[in-house]
Design a protein around this ligand. Structure first.
Ligand code: HCB
Length: 214
């Protein structure tokens, strides 16, 4: 059944199976499983295990990089499918980015993809983005219905999230945009301290929260 495929795919991420992972992803699609479920039930939980293993020091950076590659290969198959499954239209624009100093892009890509699949017009600024560039992107799109979606995976880069809110306030742009921040170290307390509007635990929830905020 589906659970068996999900487990196989999860293991493909954990075991750094760069060829098996996209192959099994295709197999799951062919079996009629949605791209959405493949991501939320198999790929993202697989990366979560990888993160836990790294924290437990049972694996090291080279293994993580291989798992990340396996994940990317699967996402390359799923992204066009999600674009086709797209629901909703004219929800607004989502400006997505990862904070300066931070190159972790797996969660960012998942969230960005999921927002696009839920009808947002996407402006993906990428990773390691200085706050000045973020503010400029918001300024350029002033007047549009907009949400800023930032990720930070490190406690150090996370601090920049507070600065970007302050910069937007200084430029009188804070009222132009909703703000959602996420990434493993981000907590509800941090969101309150930053003056952002919301956060989410995973990509599916991020899409839900973003739609609610608009
Ligand atoms: Co990286 N790394 N890493 N890493 N890495 C972390 C993040 C640590 C927590 C691991 C640890 O030490 N415990 C740690 C940060 C410590 C800290 O500050 N607290 C760390 C470190 C220190 C480093 C380096 C400095 C290591 C080194 O070189 N010595 C280096 C830094 C590079 C840099 O950014 N300048 C580094 C490098 C790497 C790679 C390259 C090996 C690889 C990244 C590959 C890539 O992204 N292309 C990597 C990875 C993979 C991780 C872990 C293992 C997993 C991160 C991940 O992809 N998770 C991570 C451990 C962990 O997080 N527990 C570790 C899976 C995704 C799906 O989850 O949380 O990113 P996510 O996103 C979720 C969720 O948060 C939410 O939805 C997403 C989808 O479900 N979400 C949002 C995300 N953004 C959102 C925005 C919103 O608005 C709303 C929701």
């Amino acid at each position: 059944g589906n659970q068996e495929l999900f487990d196989k795919l999860k293991n493909a991420i954990v075991n750094q199976d760069i060829n098996g992972c996209p192959a099994m992803t295709q197999e799951a699609l062919d079996a009629g499983i949605s791209a959405f479920d493949i991501i939320n039930e198999a790929l993202a939980p697989g990366m979560k295990i990888v993160g836990d293993n790294f924290e437990a020091a049972t694996i090291y950076l080279p293994q993580i990089m291989m798992s990340a590659k396996a994940m990317k290969a699967a996402m390359e198959i799923l992204e066009p499918v999600l674009a086709e499954e797209k629901t909703g239209e004219g929800v607004g624009m989502a400006v997505t980015f990862v904070q300066e100093g931070d190159i972790h892009d797996i969660g960012h890509r998942l969230v960005t993809t999921m927002l696009g699949a839920n009808g947002f017009e996407i402006m993906d600024l990428g990773t390691d983005i200085p706050n000045e560039d973020v503010v400029e992107a918001i300024a350029k799109n002033k007047g549009k219905k907009m949400i800023l979606v930032g990720s930070a995976l490190m406690t150090t880069s996370m601090l920049g999230q507070k600065d970007v809110v302050r910069l937007l306030e200084e430029e009188n742009l804070r009222g132009e945009v909703k703000i959602m921040f996420g990434g493993a170290p981000v907590t509800d307390e941090w969101i309150a301290e930053c003056g952002a509007d919301g956060t989410a635990e995973n990509a599916a929830e991020a899409a839900r929260v973003a739609l609610e905020l608009m």
